[in-house]
Each structure stands twice: as C-alpha cells, then as structure tokens.
Design a protein around this ligand. Structure first.
Ligand code: COA
Length: 385
C-alpha cells in the first residue's frame, strides 16, 4: 500500500465514476460522454439533470415525466418557510440553504432504505428523493430573496420551466426569453464536475448511508468556501475593487506581489481556459449586445484576463467557471451573495448522481493519515504542569 502523502489528494483517484470527465489539457468537460459546449447550446437543465441521474439522454416522454415531477414538487412546507423566516437575514444564504435542506430531511422518511447496510437498490426511492431535492432547492434559494427583505415569498408556478420559474420566484416577475436562456445554460454548465471538493464531501457522506438531505447539506457546506463555489461572489467584489478597466494590470501586479490570488482564475484540473468560462463569456457578449452596452465589470474582467494570461498563463492558470458567471448574474440583477446558492441549485444534480453511484457500489470512506504528533506518553497531573 502506498503511504505517499499528496496534499489536497491532488491526482489521487478517490473513486471509479462514469458520470463526467475532464480533459484538462484540451479544455473539455463531458457529462456521460456529451461535451458540455453542446449540452449548453442544445439541452436544458431538466434534460441534463436526467442525463446525469440516469446515465442516458431521455426520450421525449421520459423528459416530460421528469419535468412534470419537478414542477409538482416545487412547493415548500410552511414549517420549512417558518424555519427560514426565523433565520437572521444578515447570515450568508449558503448557511440558510444548508439549514433548510438539512431540515427538509426531517419531513421525508425513507432512511430505512439506507440503514439496512445494503444500499442502492431502491431506484424509485433514489429518484423520488432526487426530484424532491432538485426542485425544492431552487424554491428555497428564490424564496430567501423575498424573506430576507421582509416580504412574503413568491409562490412557485408550474407552467414555467425550472430556470424560468426560478427567475420568476427570485425577481417577482416573469423573465424574458434571453434571461431564461442564460439561466438555463448556467444551470447546465454548473451541474456536474467530476470529483471536486463538494462532490467528494457528498460521496463521503453518502458512503455512511446518511439521508440524501444530509448528503446534500454536507456538499452545500463544502461548496460555500471561496476556494470552491464561493469564488464567483469574490470575482464581482474584486472587479469592484479594481474599479476601471485601465487599472487591471497595476491591480494584478500588486496582487501577485502580495502573493494573493486572483478570484475566478486557476483550476486543479484545467491547464487551459475552463470550457465553461468560454461559454459564459459568449453568453455575456450576447447579453451585452442585447442590452446595447458593455458593462464596466465585463470590460474590466476582459482586461484583467489579458493581463493574467501573460503573468499566470505560463503556470497554466486561466479563467475558471466562476470568472464570468458572477458578472453575468450581476448583470441579471442578482445579489452577489446569491451566486453560490445558484451554483448549488444546479450542482445538486451532479451531487445526486454521485449519491446514486456511491450507493450502487458502496464502501465507507475511511482514509489513513501520516501521524506527526507525540508518541504515547504519561498523563501529566494538573499540579505538575
Ligand atoms: N491567482 C494567482 N495565482 C494562482 C492562482 C490564482 N487564482 N491559481 C493558481 N495560482 C498559482 C499558485 O500560486 C501556484 O503558483 P506557484 O507554483 O508559483 O506556487 C500555481 O499557480 C499553481 O497553483 P496551485 O495553488 O498549486 O493550484 P491548486 O490546484 O492547488 O489550486 C485553486 C486550485 C482553484 C484553489 C486555485 O487556482 C485558486 O485559489 N483559485 C482562486 C479561487 C477560485 O477561483 N476558485 C474556484 C475554482 S473553480
């Protein structure tokens, strides 16, 4: 057995998986073998989620069924809303989301399916929990926007797609076609990404046969950090700090001299530009053309990317998914602290696909360590310390 310690488990396979793949040199991400670029253009979140969960592109009737199930599961129990209403509005929405999702588990049974020690055979249970969680997470994030501002939440509508309903509930008015297209593409692009930190957390939690609500709560907590999903919010704050496009180069030099990171840049897997960043940048261009102006943040981001290419390109550090998603969400009028919850609303499809895969061939995760502490020694009495 190898006892080599690799910080961050870089390059260490933690599982066998057939859900998604990354070619970090070529900049290719594929879900179940389908290139993300093509999915972002041709698929919808509903179809992509089903592809991730079941492993194949659905027929029209399978997709219609799944879409109908998602629409019918949008409503939240009033007790969950009461929990949300009692949370401090000053907290981060990721903390609210983790609380609400973990609380959902108290209302829906089924643990017995997982607690017999032979998990993974009840596909009906796995599917119904997946639908409940995917559907309700969008509701929770959108409702929070109104609750935290002191209003009653907007009720979900079942005549709208997942992306359209999410924007409707978030903003309180029906979104236009372009906004729905962008939101849906963002949901597709963020839905899955191999064994990243939050997916790994979900897998570890799944391997203990915890309930799917706790599995997703573990993943939400892990996604929240700025080195993972929290980076998109930081990108917008960083661009605000740079203020103007012409300041980008000087800002970068100062940042790198201080050994600080540029948010939204770099990735453990990609040594070229993240394909999701390429699609998001194109969407940002389309959005700008429709609005008839280039947002100052987007201009600054473009200038900063140019400057980074020279300084960080040789290290294989290029824009990742968070670099352009934050700017796009900001242009859509979404509050920056909701960017990471929106990431979670999409990534939950991938987390649940990994939950199902983990259960189908489960062994509890229990890695080892290289101990660097004291040898076993005698206890020192208080009087002698
Ligand atoms: N800004 C400045 N330098 C960066 C950088 C960034 N965003 N990302 C990586 N680098 C540099 C590192 O300092 C290191 O330089 P060195 O070799 O001179 O020490 C080199 O590039 C390799 O990076 P490393 O830290 O080993 O990569 P990692 O795989 O451990 O970390 C991230 C990956 C994502 C955590 C890292 O790139 C990062 O912190 N990015 C900013 C946060 C972010 O956007 N996260 C979202 C990821 S989707």
């Amino acid at each position: 057995m190898s006892s080599e310690y690799l910080p961050g488990l870089a390059g260490v396979p933690a599982t066998k998986s057939n859900i998604s793949s990354i070619d970090g040199e070529e900049g290719i991400l594929a879900y179940r073998g389908y290139d993300i670029m093509e999915l972002a253009e041709k698929s919808t979140f509903e179809e992509t989620a089903l592809l991730l969960l079941d492993g194949c592109l659905p027929s029209q009737s399978m997709l219609d069924d799944f879409d109908g199930q998602l629409r019918s599961e949008r409503r939240l129990k009033y007790k969950i809303r009461s929990i949300m209403k009692n949370l401090p509005t000053s907290g981060h929405p990721m903390e609210m989301l983790q609380t609400a999702v973990a609380s959902l588990g108290m209302f829906y049974g089924g643990e017995e399916v997982l607690s017999d020690g032979v998990a993974g055979n009840d596909l009906e249970y796995i599917h119904s929990m997946s639908v409940k969680i995917i559907s309700r997470m969008a509701t929770i994030v959108a409702m929070w926007e109104h609750i935290r501002n002191g209003y009653d939440p907007i009720e979900p509508r079942d005549d709208l797609s997942h992306a359209a309903n999410f924007l409707y509930m978030l903003k309180g008015k029906e979104p236009d076609e372009m906004a729905v297209k962008v939101m849906d593409a963002c949901f597709v692009l963020h839905a899955e990404h191999t064994i990243n930190a939050s997916t790994f957390a979900a897998m570890v939690c799944s391997s203990t046969l915890a309930s799917p609500f706790l599995v997703i709560a573990a993943a939400i907590g892990t996604l929240a950090g700025p080195l993972h999903g929290g980076a998109n919010q930081r990108v917008v704050e960083m661009l605000k700090d740079i203020k103007r496009p012409e300041n980008a180069k000087a800002w970068l030099d100062k940042q790198l001299a201080g050994k600080k990171v540029v948010w939204g840049m770099g990735h453990r897997e990609y040594k070229t530009k993240d394909p999701r960043a390429i699609v998001l940048q194109k969407l940002m261009v389309e959005w700008s053309e429709k609005q008839g102006n280039l947002s100052p943040e987007f201009e600054t981001a473009l200038r900063l990317e140019e400057a980074c290419e020279e300084a960080l390109g040789p290290k294989g550090v290029f824009p990742n998914v968070d670099y352009y998603s934050g700017i796009l969400y900001k242009e859509m009028g979404i509050a920056p602290d909701q960017f990471t919850p929106i990431f979670a609303v999409s990534r939950v499809a991938g987390w649940l696909a990994h939950w199902r895969e983990q259960l189908s061939d489960n062994r509890i995760f229990r890695p080892t360590q290289i101990y660097t502490g004291e040898e076993v020694r005698d206890y020192t009495e208080m009087s002698k310390r």
